[in-house]
Design a protein around this ligand. Structure first.
Ligand SMILES: Cc1cc2nc3c(=O)[nH]c(=O)nc-3n(C[C@H](O)[C@H](O)[C@H](O)COP(=O)(O)OP(=O)(O)OC[C@H]3O[C@@H](n4cnc5c(N)ncnc54)[C@H](O)[C@@H]3O)c2cc1C
Length: 412
């Protein structure tokens, strides 16, 4: 019997005939040459059928690790299978850093970038904005090398796996830095309403967590370099370590209490050696322009009871605008409303649909790697460069080798 192959959350069983784990680019080429349809699986942390295929699935986790720091120490060239946790440790050892990280270091860089995965911070773009070069193996066996000045780069970075196999990426890096992480509890709703921008700008990275069981914000996670004392807009410092999901072990989380630590041990919420988040969950997320943030929060509050009934925790973050064609942050400073749901698709989907209706008037764009039900036509309309992306995908992959049912309906 064929091995049952699922995503990390277990809500998607992939329909692939085979999963290949090549150990060299030459082996990868051979797999590609023998496949009529193929998708790349990163670390499998997406919650929808984006990475699925009824053809061949290939994981690049077995490729030789590449971490080549440029002589000017401003960029690093990496292979298409490396995970953030591994890369971050290597960069930190060299005195270098990434500008930001997601809540977890477990995800592959290529897979995260392909869906515009992000951290938080009003001045920081999503993780895909660090990409200054891509090497893409196309279905015909040729390799497209897109450098910083290449006109296709801005379209190819958030590529949803549609253009080919990303065998290598170049990321911009910065000198290593330290951060302190503070957790505050019970931010009054009135403070959020009056001081939203100040609160979201109070650190390098700020996250607000709520279960929507009451009007207040349960926890504020604030990562910054300078020390802080006292309350934060009426929220009190936590009296010990916290996990954003009630009842989960706090040892899974990165260091708190304002103790300074290296960037890669403070920017993610969760530690590489432990299960991130709750481990049994589904996720959705919508990005709205930051200017619509207050109205979008009010729209969710209008569905408070429906949401709370199927929610583990909701996180509110910010992301700076960028120029990447399919980035949900394309040309708009954004506020992201993330929902960690209970692991029950049937119970969650109707609430997702209601949230989409409530958030649509505020210009919401869903996270590409999470659960949403937005019609493809609406998604196409949400991205001014969507037509250019569809043309780029056709040009890179005219036979549709890298297409799956999910992409077929999206690209039209
Ligand atoms: C517990 C948890 C926490 C999360 N936290 C965050 C968060 O803080 N912020 C956030 O924005 N998102 C978050 N996510 C979502 C996650 O970051 C995205 O779903 C991301 O895409 C996962 O990366 P992956 O390597 O698992 O990609 P996969 O899910 O494996 O693949 C995603 C896409 O990338 C493509 N792909 C992967 N590798 C390649 C390659 N080498 N070449 C071409 N295409 C490729 C796949 O075909 C697919 O289309 C979280 C998810 C989980 C499970």
């Amino acid at each position: 019997m064929r091995e049952r192959l699922t995503n990390w959350a277990g809500n998607i069983t992939f329909g692939a005939r085979r999963l290949h784990r090549p150990e060299s680019v030459a082996e990868l080429r051979a797999v590609l040459a023998g496949a009529d349809r193929l998708r790349v699986l990163g670390s499998g942390h997406s919650f929808n059928r984006l990475a699925d295929t009824d053809g061949d699935l290939v994981s690049l986790a077995g490729l030789p690790r590449t971490v080549e720091i440029a002589p000017d120490r401003r960029s690093v060239r990496i292979d298409g299978g490396i995970r953030y946790g591994e890369l971050a440790a290597r960069l930190a050892a060299e005195g270098l850093a990434l500008h930001n990280m997601a809540s977890l270091p477990h995800i592959s860089v290529a897979g995260a970038v392909a869906t515009a995965t992000h951290g938080s911070g009003v001045r920081h773009g999503n993780l895909a904005t660090a990409v200054s070069g891509l090497e893409i193996l196309r279905a015909d066996g040729s390799t497209a090398v897109l450098d910083r000045d290449h006109p296709d780069l801005a379209g190819a970075v958030v590529g949803l796996g549609a253009l080919g196999v990303v065998t290598a990426l170049t990321l911009d890096v910065v000198p290593a830095f330290e951060l302190r992480q503070y957790v505050y509890e019970n931010l009054p709703a009135a403070a959020l309403d009056e001081h939203l921008d100040e609160i979201l700008s109070a650190g390098y990275s700020v996250s607000l967590f709520t279960r929507w069981t009451g009007p207040d914000i349960d926890q504020v996670w604030l990562k910054r370099d300078a020390p802080l004392t006292g309350d934060l807009f009426g929220a009190r410092p936590a009296d010990g370590p916290r996990h954003p999901v009630p009842g989960m072990p706090t040892e899974n989380c990165t260091g708190q209490g304002g103790v300074p630590g290296p960037w890669h041990e403070r920017l993610p919420h969760f530690r590489m050696e432990f299960t991130p988040s709750s481990g049994e969950e589904l996720q959705s997320e919508w990005h709205v322009p930051r200017t619509a943030g207050r109205a979008a929060i009010a729209a969710v509050a209008g569905l408070r009871e429906r949401v709370a009934a199927v929610l583990q925790v909701c996180e509110i973050r910010t992301i700076a605008a960028d120029h990447l064609w399919l980035s949900p942050n394309h040309r708009q400073d954004s506020l992201a409303l993330h929902f960690t749901w209970i692991a029950d698709t049937d119970a969650v989907l109707p609430v997702v649909a209601d949230l989409e209706k409530a958030l649509a008037p505020h210009g919401a764009r869903p996270h590409w790697g999470k659960i949403f039900t937005t019609a493809p036509s609406e998604l196409r309309g949400a991205y001014p460069r969507f037509g250019d992306f569809a043309a780029l995908a056709r040009r890179f992959d005219p036979q549709g080798t890298f297409r799956n049912a999910w992409l077929e309906s999206l690209l039209g």
